[in-house]
Write a protein that binds this ligand. Structure first.
Ligand code: MF3
Ligand code: CO
Length: 260
């Protein structure tokens, strides 16, 4: 069941989307060698609560964090921990916030200090693939057009697309229909309609596409232990094109990155 949102609901969702974006911007200022991922999680949780929001992931089916923490080979759903970030690591921070009854979802993968050229390129391509997916998210097209845009862009550059995890509809629930895979064929899947709000979130591996889910049922890593990158925006589909409701502006300001 796909819930189409009214223009008023989309306006309300901009509040949650702005708060999750600002939360990642706040956390961005702390990402550095020597910092534990638990510290990042605490900063995120306090920032969300101070701003009247609720951390959606915390306690969701028993998930122990405000942030999903994705260090190096961790693909998704890593737990905040006493792990101390090291120079050369990458860390994806995936966050969902509830505000005024609606959720906003975003993820950004950070470089910790200086990282290898190969890993930097993986981050760049994965982020670009998110925008390729968004460009394809036009009313009248289908979910498969988004999926195909992400997949072809990443595979052409030698990377592989995680199959088991998808983007999703979002609204009053953190996960709604439809699923938004990062691989697939053009012209298949649900029709994109004005009022749909979806989270697009490519999870892209440097090595093979295979993943392993940990014994805790959550933490997911690449099988070959090579790095994986993850970026996510919540977007709304309008008659005249997609609108990105979350933003990396706060993160990239904090990081001193000026180009969009
Ligand atoms: N941001 C994750 C997603 O994109 C949220 C799920 S994390 C969970 O689907 F811990 F809450 F499950
Ligand atoms: Co998501």
């Amino acid at each position: 069941m796909i819930y189409l949102k009214t223009a008023e609901e989309i306006e309300i969702m901009k509040g949650a989307c702005d708060l999750v974006s600002r939360t990642l911007g706040e956390v961005a200022r702390w990402v550095a060698p020597g910092v534990t991922t638990l510290k990042l999680d605490t900063i995120a949780r306090e920032f969300i609560l101070d701003n009247g929001g609720k951390p959606s992931c915390l306690g969701y089916q028993g998930f122990p964090g405000t942030l999903c923490v994705e260090v190096n080979e961790t693909v998704v759903h890593g737990f905040p921990s006493a792990y101390v970030l090291q120079e050369g690591d990458i860390v994806g921070l995936d966050c969902v916030v509830e505000l005024n009854g609606y959720h906003g979802d975003s993820c950004y993968t950070f470089a910790v200090g200086e990282i290898s050229e190969a890993t930097a390129r993986l981050l760049k391509v994965t982020k670009e693939s998110l925008y390729k997916g968004i460009e394809a998210a036009k009313a009248g097209k289908r979910i498969g057009d988004i999926s195909n845009a992400v997949q072809t862009f990443c595979e052409r550059q030698g990377y592989s697309v995680v199959r088991e995890m998808c983007g999703h509809g979002i609204g009053k629930s953190m996960h709604e229909d439809p699923e938004v895979p990062n691989y697939g064929r053009c012209g298949i899947g649900p029709l994109l309609k004005p009022g749909m709000v979806i989270a697009i979130e490519p999870m892209i591996n440097l090595g093979s596409k295979n993943i392993v889910i940990g014994g805790d049922g959550w933490q997911c890593r690449t099988k070959d232990r090579k790095p994986s990158a993850h970026y996510e925006h919540t977007i709304a589909i309008h008659e005249n094109g997609p609108e990105i409701l979350t933003t990396f502006r706060y993160v990239e300001e904090a990081l001193g990155i000026t180009e969009a």
